[in-house]
Ligand binder design. Structure first.
Ligand SMILES: [Zn+2]
Length: 158
């Protein structure tokens, strides 16, 4: 088992190198593993796709969910070449991934220009004090969709 963990991590690391060299984006790779099998290969594509959300972990989660036709990956593990950023951290929780292994730390990432610590700091602040302004608007109209959702007996809870 120990050997396999290293094998999966080496795949994530290989992707981080190969796809960075090919110009897709930053040096980040990830794989999703289920029952000892890699079911999705993800890599950073922020530059190539002009998509700031195209991080390796999100890419791998999307591909794994598409392959398994599910929105939960509770029987899966994620191997990522770097400790997840706050966005991917959230995606991992939404996907209910069982366990995450990472190679580089966020401190390693910060040292080469990928510093996400400011986002962790922003998350702790009241919304009104965040660097990007956030203001509530039309709550009495927005709530209608929530009321309809909560009353629907046929909804799929997730
Ligand atoms: Zn990320």
């Amino acid at each position: 088992m120990e050997k396999n963990k290293e094998k999966y991590m080496r795949e994530a690391i290989r992707l981080s190198l190969d796809k960075m060299r090919a110009g897709y984006g930053g040096p980040f790779g990830a794989v999703v593993v289920r029952n000892g099998e890699i079911i999705a290969y993800g890599f950073n594509q922020v530059l190539a796709s002009n998509d700031p959300t195209a991080h390796a972990e999100v890419d791998a989660i999307r591909k794994a969910c598409a392959t398994l036709q599910t929105y939960h990956l509770s029987d899966c593990e994620l191997y990522t070449s770097c400790e997840p950023c706050p966005m991917c951290f959230g995606a991992i929780y939404w996907a209910r991934i069982r366990k995450v292994y990472y190679g580089n730390t966020k401190q390693d990432a910060a040292a080469v220009g990928f510093d996400d610590n400011f986002i962790y700091e922003e998350l702790k602040k009241p919304r009104q004090e965040c660097r990007i302004a956030m203001e509530q608007l039309l709550p009495e109209e927005a709530i209608v969709a929530f009321e309809e959702w909560s009353k629907n007996p046929h909804k799929s809870e997730y």
